[in-house]
Design a protein around this ligand. Structure first.
Ligand code: ADP
Ligand code: MG
Length: 396
């Protein structure tokens, strides 16, 4: 369903509350990766270029104790934002009260203000994370319009997204939210065929919802990574010391029966004696010998996966093919990522925190059509769930 977009709003002279996802990695006040700040720029820029006042709300990490506050202030994020926008950004070290209200009332058109981490409110009965009705209403009262651009939080019903939305006559999606919904939505609901899903990562239980949702939508489902060996066990292959969820073997059998030829498993694997980069390792086909664990897909698997990918028009990738954090087991993930980058006539989408980290580390990110900024949110989207943050945005 089409959503109201920030560009549908008349923002001139308006106080525009924008829920962004500035949940960036931060250590000792230093921001690691600022991708999420960069991804929010188009919406902020649009609002200020059109004479609006941009009032930004975001969470950062989890606030459980008073001590967490010093580590997780949004002040360094406001400073980085100011550098990126090349203009002053007002930071208010409060989530409510006179200082915040005065600062908002003193804003001129085109100004940008960042208020303190919305989760500081969690110290008081989890008001943000439990969507306290009074808090959502209060924040909504601070602005004239509401724009939700925080896709990464869309799978949660918090005061700063769903709470504000429900206290405003309408809520619009920002450009990042619009882009995420477009790419993930088209892939799941209206893909160009052949549509291939590549699912990997650690556990079957994490991805079962995605497999179930895509089984009738995708033309092929490639399985790699740690979850492979539960499927191996279901096929009656030996798995040595490989990762396995014994309580999911029956489910894996069911999925294989339902998916038939659609499901593609690796024919060979890189196996090692220990979960260590330096452990003795080798490539084996089929059965995994006793005393070994599979830590990456093998070269024949890479070739067969590449064949499946060759004529794909839509590819969704979630979860690495092996323990890519260790160089000796990164090859499968790298090769599949490279193959994805070489598909010139396909829409390629990556969702999932570790898969995104892998794509960035391995340098294949620039060749991917869309890398989702939301790990958990993209996974739930691929599972076909309705995300509360998106549901709360006005339909048009
Ligand atoms: P994403 O965050 O992209 O959804 P996951 O969190 O599901 O991905 O899985 C990522 C993790 O899976 C990585 O830390 C990786 O090391 C691990 N993994 C991949 N293959 C294996 C394997 N064969 N054995 C053990 N762990 C694996
Ligand atoms: Mg992960």
């Amino acid at each position: 369903m089409a959503k109201l977009i920030v560009s549908d709003l008349d923002v001139k002279d308006k106080k525009v509350l924008i829920r962004v996802d500035f949940n960036v990695p931060i250590k000792d006040g230093v921001i690691g990766d600022d991708n999420r700040i960069v991804a929010a720029l188009p919406t902020i820029q649009y609002v200020i270029d059109n004479g609006g006042k941009a009032i930004l709300l975001s969470h950062l990490g989890r606030i459980k104790t008073e001590e967490d506050k010093a580590k997780l202030s949004l002040r360094p994020v406001a400073e980085r934002l100011s550098e990126l926008l090349k203009k002053p950004v007002t930071f208010v070290p409060a989530t409510r009260g006179q200082e915040l209200e005065d600062a908002i009332n003193n804003m001129n058109d085109g100004d940008v203000l960042v208020m303190e981490n919305t989760r500081f409110e969690d110290l008081d009965g989890k008001k943000e994370s439990k969507n306290d009705p009074e808090l959502g209403k209060y924040w909504a009262s601070l602005g004239d319009l509401f724009v939700n651009d925080a896709f990464g939080t869309a799978h949660r019903a918090h005061a700063s997204n769903v709470g504000i939305s429900s206290n405003m006559p309408q809520a619009a999606a920002g450009f990042l939210m619009e882009k995420e919904i477009k790419f993930l939505g088209d892939a799941v609901e209206n893909p160009r065929h052949p549509f291939v899903a590549i699912l990997g990562g650690a556990k079957v239980s994490d991805k079962i919802g995605v497999i179930s949702n895509l089984i009738n939508k995708a033309d092929r489902i490639i399985v790699g990574g740690g979850m492979t060996y539960t499927f191996y066990a279901a096929k009656g292959l030996s798995i040595g010391k490989s990762l396995v969820e014994t309580d999911k073997i029956d489910l894996a059998k069911q999925i294989m029966a339902e998916a038939g030829d659609k499901l593609v498993l690796p024919v060979d694997n890189v196996v090692a004696t220990e979960f260590s980069n330096d452990a003795p390792h080798k490539v084996v086909e089929g059965n995994i010998p006793d005393g070994y664990m599979a830590l990456d897909i093998g070269p024949k698997a890479v070739e067969s996966f590449k064949k499946v990918l060759a004529d794909a028009k839509t590819v969704v990738w979630n979860g690495p093919m092996g323990v890519f954090e260790m160089p000796n087991y990164a090859k499968g993930t790298l090769e599949i990522g490279k193959a994805l980058g070489e598909l010139t006539d396909a829409t390629t989408i990556i969702g999932g925190g570790d898969s995104t980290a892998a794509a960035n580390e391995l340098g294949i990110a620039p060749k991917i059509t869309h890398i989702s900024t939301g790990g958990g949110a993209s996974l739930e989207y691929l599972e076909g769930k309705e995300l509360p943050g998106i549901a709360a945005i006005t339909n048009k």
